[in-house]
Design a protein around this ligand. Structure first.
Ligand code: HEM
Length: 521
C-alpha cells in the first residue's frame, strides 16, 4: 500500500496524466497468470479495468493499438502500480528523447536478463559491456555481408518456390517455411553455413535433432526455457521440460560445433570468411585489448543474433505475403513494378546494391513499410532511468522519477489516427501510402527503433525481404486457398488481422492457407 501511495505521488508530480493499476506490468507472477485470469477480469465492469488492463497484458499490447491512449486522452501517460511506474508513450517528441539520450535512458537489463540463456548478450547488457559487443558485431554488417544476403535470399527463394511447386503450390504453414528461409539466409551470411533448401531433414552426426529443428524447438519452448531454472529443467520428469531441455542442449551443441570449426579454421590460418559474425565473436575471445570477451558471451551472442535476426524477418515476410494474397490489384502492380525496375531480367542476374535500391523505391519497399507499420514485430521497446530525468513535450518540462519503466508503444505509434489514416480493418492495409515518396517525420515510423539501441540488422532485413518478395512475385502469384472472389478475399484479410499473436515477436498465429501459382504454368 505504501509503495502504491509513493508511486502515485511520483506519477502526479511528473505532470503527465496517470492511471492506477493493481498490478505491475513486469511482475513475473502477473505475467505468468494473466492469461488464466483474463476471463474473470473481462467480466468485471469496464469502468474498473478500462484505464489500466489493456496496457498491463504483456502478450496483448499490440491488440489494443491506440485505444488505451484514446481512453486516457493523452499520447503519454503513466500507469502507477505497487510494483513500479510504467510510462507509456506513442508521442514522437518523447520517443526521440528516449531513443537519443542513451546515457539517461538505459535498457532494463534485469527485465531483459532472461534472454541470457546461453551467456551474456548484446540485448540484455548496458554501458561498456554493450558497447563492446556492438563493436565486435558491427563490422560484420558490411556491404559484403549484404551482398551475400541478397544472393542467398534469391537463391533460397527460388529453391523454396520449386519445392512448393512440386507439392502443388499449397503452403499450409507459411511461418515454418518463412522461418526456414530466414534461418538459411542468416546462417550463410553470418556464419558461412550453407543450408540448401532440402537439407533440413539431415541430422548432423551424433545429434538427435537437425540444426533447424533444434533452433525451432528452442524457440517453441522459449517460455519454458526462459522461466524454468536450469536445475529444475535438468531433473524434471515432465515431457514439456524434457523436450525443452533437449532443444536447449542440441542448439548449444550446434553452436559449439560452429565455434570449434571456426577456431580450427583460424588456427590453420584460414578463417571461414573475412569478418563474418561468427569469426568476429570467436576471435574476440583471444584479443589482447578491451574487446576481449569470455566464452559464455560468444554463445550468448550467437544465440541472440539468431533469435533477433531470423524470426523477426520471417514473421514480417509471412504477414507481407498474406496481405499481398488479399490484395490482387496491388500484387499485380508490384509485379509490373518489379519487371520495370529490373528490365524484366531473371532474378539470378539481379545485383546488389543497384537493383535493391531501385526495387525498394517502388512497390516492394512500400509493401515492407506498410507491413511493418501495421504488424510491427516488436510492439513495445523498454528503457529505464537510474536518476530522475526531464522529458519535454511542446516546451513543457516533466520530471520523471528514477526507476520508471519507459515503454515506447510501436503498435500505437503506427496506428495513431492523429498521424495515420486509419480505415477500419480489414481495409487498413494501405501500401499506396508509401508510394508518394514522403518519408514520415522522425519518431512516427520506428519498426527498427531509433538511436543508439536501434536494430543492428535493419539493412540486412530489408535486403533479405526485398530479394525474397521480388523473386516470389516475379514468377508466382499468391492467393488465399479460399479463392479470389471479393467475399473470400475479405474473409482472408479478416483472418490475417484477427490471427495475430505475440510470443518472442508479433506473428501470424494461425497463418492463412496460401496457394502459390507459377506464372509459367
Ligand atoms: C524485420 C526484421 C527485424 C525487425 C522488425 C527488427 C527490429 C528490432 C528492434 C525494434 C530492435 C530494438 C529493440 C529494443 O530496443 O528493445 C532491434 C534490435 C536488434 N536487432 Fe533487429 N529487427 C529485425 C531484424 C534483425 C536482423 C536480421 C538482425 C541481425 C541479423 C537483427 C539484430 C538485432 C540486434 C543485435 C539488436 C540489438 C541491438 C542493441 O541492443 O544494441 N535484427 N531489432
Amino acid at each position: 500500500y505504501r509503495s502504491l501511495q509513493r508511486n502515485i505521488r511520483r506519477a502526479r508530480e511528473s505532470g503527465f496524466k496517470y492511471v492506477v493499476a493493481p498490478v505491475y506490468f513486469q511482475s513475473m507472477p502477473w505475467i505468468l497468470q494473466q492469461e488464466a485470469l483474463l476471463p474473470i477480469l473481462r467480466r468485471l465492469p469496464k469502468a474498473l479495468t478500462r484505464s489500466w488492463l489493456p496496457l498491463s497484458l504483456f502478450f496483448r499490447i499490440w491488440d489494443s493499438g491506440y485505444e488505451p491512449f484514446e481512453t486516457i486522452g493523452a499520447d503519454t501517460f503513466i500507469v502507477a502500480s505497487p510494483g513500479g511506474n510504467v510510462l507509456w508513450t506513442c508521442e514522437p517528441e518523447i520517443i526521440m528523447q528516449l531513443s537519443n539520450r542513451h546515457a539517461d535512458f538505459t535498457k532494463p537489463v534485469d527485465m531483459l536478463g532472461i534472454l541470457n540463456l546461453y551467456g551474456p548478450t548484446i540485448t540484455a547488457s548496458e554501458g561498456e559491456e554493450h558497447r563492446k559487443y556492438r563493436k565486435i558485431a558491427s563490422p560484420s554488417f558490411n556491404e559484403t555481408t549484404h551482398r551475400t544476403v541478397w544472393r542467398e535470399a534469391i537463391h533460397q527463394a527460388e529453391s523454396m518456390l520449386e519445392a512448393w511447386n512440386r507439392d502443388g503450390g499449397l503452403v499450409s504453414d507459411l511461418n515454418l517455411n518463412a522461418n526456414r528461409f530466414t534461418l538459411h539466409v542468416l546462417s550463410k551470411a553470418l556464419f558461412n553455413k550453407e543450408m540448401p533448401w532440402d537439407t533440413n531433414a539431415v541430422k548432423a552426426h551424433g545429434h538427435e535433432l537437425t540444426y533447424a529443428e533444434a533452433i525451432g524447438a528452442a524457440f517453441k519452448y522459449n517460455h519454458t526455457l526462459f522461466m524454468t531454472p536450469r536445475a529444475v529443467l535438468n531433473h524434471s520428469p515432465l515431457q514439456g521440460h524434457k523436450l525443452a531441455k533437449q532443444a536447449y542442449t542440441e542448439f548449444r551443441r550446434y553452436m559449439e560445433e560452429m565455434v570449434d570449426e571456426q577456431k580450427k579454421a583460424a588456427d590453420s590460418g584460414g578463417g571461414l570468411e573475412e569478418g563474418n559474425l561468427l569469426e568476429n565473436f570467436v576471435n574476440a575471445r583471444q584479443r589482447n585489448d578491451a574487446l576481449r570477451i569470455p566464452d559464455a558471451a560468444v554463445f550468448g551472442n550467437l544465440f541472440i543474433f539468431i533469435l533477433a535476426g531470423h524470426e523477426t524477418s520471417a514473421n514480417t515476410m509471412s504477414f507481407a505475403l498474406s496481405l499481398l494474397a488479399c490484395r490482387p490489384d496491388f500484387q499485380e502492380a508490384l509485379r509490373a513494378d518489379v519487371e520495370a525496375r529490373t528490365d524484366d531480367r531473371d532474378p539470378a542476374t539481379w545485383n546488389y546494391p543497384q537493383d535493391y535500391t531501385r526495387l525498394m523505391e517502388g512497390h516492394v519497399g512500400a509493401l515492407m513499410s506498410e507491413t511493418m507499420r501495421l504488424f510491427t514485430v516488436l510492439p513495445f521497446f523498454p528503457t529505464t532511468n537510474e536518476r530522475a530525468q526531464i522529458l519535454s513535450v511542446g516546451g513543457v518540462k516533466h520530471v520523471v522519477a528514477p526507476k520508471t519503466l519507459f515503454m515506447i508503444n510501436t503498435g500505437a505509434v503506427h496506428r495513431n489516427p492523429k498521424h495515420w489514416s486509419m480505415p477500419d480493418p480489414p481495409s487498413s492495409f494501405q501500401p499506396e501510402l508509401w508510394l508518394s515518396g514522403n518519408a514520415p517525420l522522425p519518431g512516427l515510423f520506428i519498426p527498427f527503433a531509433e538511436g543508439f539501441r536501434s536494430c543492428m540488422g535493419s539493412r540486412f532485413a530489408r535486403v533479405e525481404f526485398c530479394a525474397a518478395i521480388a523473386t516470389i512475385c516475379k514468377n508466382y502469384t499468391v492467393m488465399p486457398d479460399g479463392g479470389v472472389g471479393q467475399a473470400a478475399l475479405r474473409k482472408a484479410e479478416e483472418q490475417v488481422f484477427s490471427g495475430v499473436g505475440f510470443e518472442l515477436g508479433l506473428k501470424l498465429k494461425t497463418p492463412i492457407l496460401l496457394r502459390f501459382v507459377s506464372r509459367a504454368s
